[in-house]
Design a protein around this ligand. Structure first.
Ligand code: OAD
Length: 240
């Protein structure tokens, strides 16, 4: 495919490449995304379970939903695509990954500079005093051992702001980037969806569901994340 060759060239030529990932990065690991046919938000209304209001006024449902997310995560692992990105960072071909994913798979696969824009599912803390707690405590609905408050996963809920550090780093890198590769996101959620428009570099989108091209990007590759990254990797290594 001509696009694979071109994007491989762009990656080799770029001095500063940033990857922005969404849930479509991890569906091949077995985790559902949010808005596709089998996505989380097709079965659950985020307004009733993924908001600050849900945490405060409907903790049982909130707790049930995030326990389900944690259980799903337990059975899944990073896939080849996550490992390829980690290898590219070690080889100096990409600089950082800004991710909307809360699964921790980029770090688990060995990527070093990962900006988790929506936090991390397995990082449990007290909603009142911020004290960290164990995943098991959250699952068993134990109260915070310091203040008796409610435990919650360290994900960004609707109505909360993004972790400042992660956002600042992502923005800084995106502004510096010569190339931004956007993988597996519907770009429907603010403010992460603004990032690709904030670079002066080239932009490429990898997604299996692309309607009529996508004029926001300099290049669009339709395909599954793992397969596209494997083909790009072979092209870069000259192993085609
Ligand atoms: P979405 O579910 O909105 O979008 C996932 C995108 O990935 C869709 O465009 C799919 O077509 C595509 N996709 C799925 N599997 C793929 C695969 N194997 N290969 C290529 N593309 C694939 O998920 P996000 O854009 O990540 O936020 O959603 C953004 C945020 O919305 C999430 O971080 C979450 C959610 O509400 C919070 O919970 C704060």
């Amino acid at each position: 495919m001509k696009e694979i060759e071109s994007l491989a060239d762009w990656i080799k030529q770029s001095d500063f490449t940033v990857v922005l990932t969404g849930a479509g990065m991890s569906t091949e690991s077995g985790l559902p995304d949010f808005r596709s046919k089998d996505g989380w938000w097709r079965n659950f209304d985020p307004a009733t379970i993924a908001t600050v209001d849900a945490l405060e006024t409907n903790y049982s449902l909130f707790h049930e939903f995030y326990c389900m997310r944690l259980k799903t995560l337990e059975d899944c692992r990073p896939h080849r695509g996550h490992y390829i990105l980690a290898e590219w960072e070690r080889e100096g071909m990409i600089n950082s990954i800004a991710t909307q994913n809360v699964d921790g798979f980029h770090k688990a696969a060995g990527s070093g500079r990962v900006y988790e824009l929506h936090g991390s599912l397995r990082s449990i803390r007290c909603n009142s005093c911020e004290e960290y707690a164990e995943v098991e405590d959250f699952i068993h609905k134990v109260q915070c051992r310091s203040c008796g408050g409610r435990l919650r996963p360290g994900v960004v809920l609707f109505g909360e702001t993004l972790p400042q550090d992660a956002w600042d780093c992502a923005l800084r890198d995106i502004k510096k980037a010569h190339l931004v590769i956007v993988i597996g996101t519907s770009l429907q959620v603010y403010p992460a969806n603004q990032l690709p428009g904030m670079t002066n570099g080239k932009t490429a989108l990898i997604n299996y569901d692309i309607q009529d091209g996508d004029s926001r990007f300099d290049m669009v590759i339709q395909g599954k994340t793992g397969q596209v990254l494997a083909r790009l990797n072979r092209e870069i290594l000259g192993d085609v």
